[in-house]
Design a protein around this ligand. Structure first.
Ligand SMILES: Nc1ncnc2c1ncn2[C@@H]1O[C@H](COP(=O)(O)OP(=O)(O)OP(=O)(O)O)[C@@H](O)[C@H]1O
Ligand SMILES: [Mg+2]
Length: 313
């Protein structure tokens, strides 16, 4: 099982502590968001996970191997996108990726196949032989993610992969990241955008001022900090009428409010933890209103996030 682990991982710049005794073990194939405001220490941690900077104290381990003392072995199984590399505008994605594969030491015989595999995985076949020059930022970012996948890593570290993209580019890159999970990989992705983390990730590790605040699944984090009042969003395949919402859904046990966000999206507030949430989902499905998605509302997580961040100020 892929894993990343920080043991008392600390980085000091002179008297300033950028990361303070981070202890975090993430194991399994899933996507974990690394959430924190500007300056929280996300990039600092990610850089120590790839030996771009040296810890002042503690260790960073990938699949149990110390990144600093056994760099080559540890980094064999990692793909990273930490500092966005410049892509030569006169080259095509195929040429760029082949060049990067060569630099990474991927054997000549395998290069062509790997380049084609990552191209297919990131759905770039159409423009693989076009010059990068006129590409949008989103397309360039896909090439960068593709290059992180060249060695077929089981651990992928991404530092704010959607920063600097327009909304369409962001959504494209998020979809790509969601797809990365399907290949038995552990994805660890930093972000300061909450809705992004709740959209893309299964779990969240929050840091602020160099300190880990919480690491848990998204529903647990929301349940733990929301003071018992939880919100879920339910997506429907067909429009639901308002009466149905106010009469039937709002009347379900433990529900305090139910409202339509759009014709096919509902926001439901309820009191209770995961057990109540589990029953609520089954109750809503029994109403036969065409439920196709169900998730903890990002607004709720946002409250949690803001609460945590202010608490540490
Ligand atoms: N080389 C350095 N020398 C001194 N201080 C540094 C250095 N690199 C980072 N820092 C400081 O360490 C802290 C953490 O920075 P880091 O880049 O890890 O934050 P971040 O969570 O990635 O933030 P952002 O969301 O802005 O990318 C910041 O206060 C930053 O100014
Ligand atoms: Mg950063």
């Amino acid at each position: 099982m892929p894993s990343i682990e920080a043991v008392n991982l600390t980085k000091q710049y002179g008297a300033f502590t950028a990361l303070s005794d981070l202890n975090l073990k993430i194991e399994g194939t899933k996507c974990v968001g690394f959430l924190g405001p500007n300056g929280a220490g996300k990039t600092t941690a990610l850089k120590m996970f790839t030996d771009l900077i040296k810890p002042t104290k503690g260790q960073a381990l990938i699949n149990g191997v110390n990144v600093h003392t056994h760099k080559k072995k540890a980094l064999e199984s990692v793909g990273t996108l930490i500092e966005t590399p410049e892509i030569y505008s006169s080259l095509t994605p195929r040429e760029s990726l082949t060049m990067i594969a060569e630099i990474r030491g991927i054997p000549h015989a395998e290069r062509k196949k790997r380049v084609e595999e990552v191209t297919a995985e990131l759905r770039m076949e159409e423009w693989i032989d076009k010059r990068v020059g006129k590409f949008s930022k989103g397309m360039k970012q896909r090439i960068c993610i593709a290059s992180a996948l060249l060695s077929d890593p089981d651990v992928v570290l991404l530092d704010e992969p959607t920063t600097g993209l327009d909304p369409r580019g962001m959504s494209e890159v998020r979809d790509i990241i969601k797809g990365l999970k399907s290949k038995n990989r552990l994805i660890f992705m930093s972000s300061h955008i909450l809705s992004e983390v709740s959209d893309v990730c299964d779990e969240v590790a929050m840091i602020d001022h160099g300190k880990l605040i919480v690491y848990d699944t998204l529903p647990h984090v929301t349940a733990k900090f929301s003071g018992g009042n939880n919100v879920v969003e339910v997506g429907l395949v067909r429009p639901v009428d308002t009466q149905n919402v106010t009469r039937n859904i709002a009347a379900l046990p433990d529900v305090v409010a139910a409202e339509k966000i759009t014709d096919k999206d509902l926001k439901i507030s309820f009191i209770g933890g995961l057990a109540v949430q589990e029953r609520l989902l089954s109750d809503i499905i029994k109403l036969n209103i065409g439920v196709v998605s169900y998730k903890a509302a990002s607004s709720e997580l946002e409250d949690v996030y803001l609460k945590l961040i202010t608490a540490t100020l």
